[in-house]
Design a protein around this ligand. Structure first.
Ligand code: C2E
Ligand code: MG
Ligand code: MG
Length: 630
């Protein structure tokens, strides 16, 4: 360590006088702090001539400088080669006597002038007097002075013999130069620090924009960018890539049972596990609370599935310990392939992997599932998961409505029958058609509740209108799952009992396809409802194959000819032939016919000709909220 100086010595002579002289020469008062600064000044005196050095030292003491280190040029060089303590410059001034080797002087000057922390140190060069070197006034002497200033970084030049007053004024000027240089250096350093700070901030922002704060993995935004690029790269190659979508099975449980800090701890632990197992070749991201993604390039399907399976096993055997208990964590993993022959964007790929993951979850969790274009069940599952709570909400919060469509008796022109058609109120109170929610309700086991609700509403309405419109009949559609609805028969029985409703005015509609699906059981159920006095219609008749075959044995009162045969009846001779024979056969079997989808007068006329009993369709009347029985 370079520790040139000891504590400043106390002045032996009155330095104030010389400082005063220097001040007098510069026409300003010698401030007490100037005297003190001279006392504190650390002077490095480099002179190979010890006698000469001693003389200069005495001169320095004379002007109030006591903190002096006198050394030879080699000693000074050796000391400067070492590091300054704490990188701080502990020399305030260098006094160099260049009587000796000018080369060594230059080397020292370069060190002092060019390298931190020495480059703030002013250098006073002591040159021989003109008498010692060259005759005063001769160009050689002046040239030497100029050369010294030019070639070294000397800031001042003093010629021998040195006068105290010159020395003092050079010292004062060197002191203020040092101060200026230091201030400049600090300002530059400050600027550097500010620039570095803003660079660090910028880098931090850049990092945050691409990473998940909690786990340090990539975030969704970055993943989507990388996925887009990977999808592009894969297109031009022969090797496919893979996207693994991992969703923790029990995360919500742990997060809810424990606190959210614990949930965070678990996510960090899972991220570490995945990071270790996936290695640096693949891209790992967390895209939402417990959903992790692994993007693999140059990976075939077999390899991707093997990797997914290995990850699933690792997660399955992972135990998350809290103070109270240990939790097991498993994951459902969906795999979507990036194929070179397919043009698919990042969003679609993510959606595919998500769907496969969702399918893995609904098929029992803790498993791997590969997305395939044919796997429509995945879409259906998603659709159903979206609708099920909405239907539930509609049932509990009375957001179901009934519309009524008139059915006209052709012979009399009377609209004594109405078909009740269910609607669901959407978020914006729009009426949603049954095609939107009945199929979902059937799959999710909610359709029984809808059927019971419709029956209740229809029977209550019939009860209200029984005196004013005793002939009014209401047609009620039953779902294809009606066989499993064990509450239906008791409900109808209870509602009819003592209600004053004529049971004949209740017409249940069952579609032909639902009837064929389980003919014997359906026949029994139909018979039981008919035993209560209700009537039955076979809806959408003709839509199935072999419609006539079982008609003989199916106990229904009405046949509703499927609307697809009616809408184009005028221009389609095949439909005309079919409709005509349907009406004829029905009549022979003692059943009455209803033609659906009658949209214009011409169709109505033709149907009249064929002998149809009832007509229904937009031409007669659209489904509406109120009944106008006539
Ligand atoms: P559906 O029983 O055959 O009902 C006839 C459907 O045809 C109704 O559609 C009706 O609005 C529509 N329609 C009536 N006249 C015309 C016409 O002239 N042209 C055309 N293009 N269409 C016409 P909606 O109300 O959407 O019902 C569709 C199906 O949903 C029904 O077919 C029925 O199978 C089922 N559905 C309706 N209401 C209920 C219900 O309360 N419970 C159950 N389980 N299913 C219902
Ligand atoms: Mg119907
Ligand atoms: Mg129909």
């Amino acid at each position: 360590m370079l520790d040139f100086f000891k504590k400043p010595l106390s002045p032996q002579t009155g330095p104030g006088k010389v400082a005063d002289d220097a001040a007098a020469r510069e026409n300003r008062p010698a401030a007490p702090e100037l005297v003190e600064q001279l006392q504190q000044m650390r002077v490095l005196l480099v002179d190979n001539d010890r006698l000469h050095a001693a003389r200069i030292k005495t001169l320095l003491n004379g002007v109030g400088c006591y903190n002096i280190l006198a050394c030879t040029i080699e000693e000074a060089w050796a000391r400067l080669q070492q590091n300054a303590p704490g990188g701080v410059c502990n020399v305030d001034l260098a006094l160099l006597d260049i009587q000796q080797s000018i080369e060594d002087d230059h080397r020292l000057c370069r060190k002092l002038g060019g390298e931190s922390p020495w480059n703030t140190v002013p250098i006073i060069m002591i040159c021989g007097s003109p008498a010692r070197n060259a005759p005063a006034g001769e160009p050689g002497w002046q040239n030497q002075i100029l050369r010294v200033i030019r070639e070294t970084s000397a800031t001042h030049v003093l010629c021998t013999p040195i006068r105290s007053v010159d020395l003092a004024s050079h010292l004062v000027s060197a002191m203020s130069l040092k101060r200026e240089r230091e201030q400049h250096k600090w300002r530059a350093l400050e600027l550097q620090n500010t620039a570095a700070e803003s660079r660090v901030k910028e880098a931090r922002l850049h990092y945050l924009a691409a990473h998940d704060d909690l786990t340090g993995l990539y975030n969704r935004r970055r993943l989507e960018q990388m996925l887009e690029l990977t999808a592009l790269r894969v297109r031009g190659r022969t090797q496919p890539g893979a996207l693994l979508y991992m969703d923790l099975d029990q995360f919500r449980l742990i997060n809810d049972m424990q606190n959210h800090c614990m949930g965070d701890r678990l996510l960090v632990a899972i991220a570490d596990l995945l990071r270790r197992q996936c290695g640096p070749d693949h891209t790992l991201a967390r895209i939402s609370s417990d959903e992790f993604i692994l993007l693999m390039e140059n990976t075939g399907q077999e390899q991707a599935l093997a990797c997914a399976e290995a990850l699933r096993r690792s997660l399955d055997s992972f135990h998350f310990e809290t103070r109270e208990r240990s939790y097991r964590v498993s994951a459902s993993i969906g795999v979507a392939m990036l194929r070179p022959d397919e043009r698919v964007d990042a969003h679609t790929l993510l959606a595919r992997a998500d769907q496969a993951c969702y399918a893995a979850k609904t098929h029992g969790r803790n498993q791997v599932r590969l997305y395939s274009l044919e796997d429509q069940s995945v879409h259906v599952l998603k659709h159903d998961a979206h609708w099920a709570p909405l239907i539930q909400d509609a049932l509990t919060n009375e957001r179901l409505r009934l519309l009524f469509q008139p059915i006209m008796e052709v012979g009399t022109g009377r609209r004594t029958h109405y078909e009740a058609l269910v609607r669901m109120l959407g978020h914006a109170n729009q009426l949603l058609p049954p095609a939107e929610f009945i199929p979902v309700a059937e799959r999710m086991g909610l359709v029984h509740e809808i059927d019971l609700w419709v029956i209740t509403q229809a029977l209550e309405l019939l009860q209200q209108l029984r005196h004013g419109s005793p002939e009014l009949s209401l047609n009620v559609n039953l779902s294809a799952k009606v066989l499993h609805n064990h509450r239906l028969l008791p409900l109808v029985r209870d509602k009819l009992h003592g209600s004053g409703i004529n049971p004949r005015n209740v017409v249940f509609e069952i579609t032909e396809t639902a009837a064929i699906a389980n003919l014997p059981l359906m026949r029994d159920m139909v018979q039981q409802l008919r035993n209560l006095g209700c009537r039955f219609a076979l809806d959408d008749f003709g839509a199935g194959f072999n419609s006539f075959n079982y008609l003989k044995h199916f106990p229904v009162d009405y046949l509703k000819i499927d609307g697809s045969f009616i809408v184009n009846l005028i221009g389609d001779p095949a439909d005309q032939a079919l409709v005509r024979s349907m009406i004829e056969i029905a009549r022979k079997l003692g059943k009455r016919t209803v033609a659906e989808f009658v949209e214009n007068a011409e169709t109505l006329e033709l149907l009249k000709e064929y002998g149809v009993d009832y007509v229904q369709g937009y031409h007669i009347g659209r489904p509406q909220a109120l009944l106008y029985p006539a």
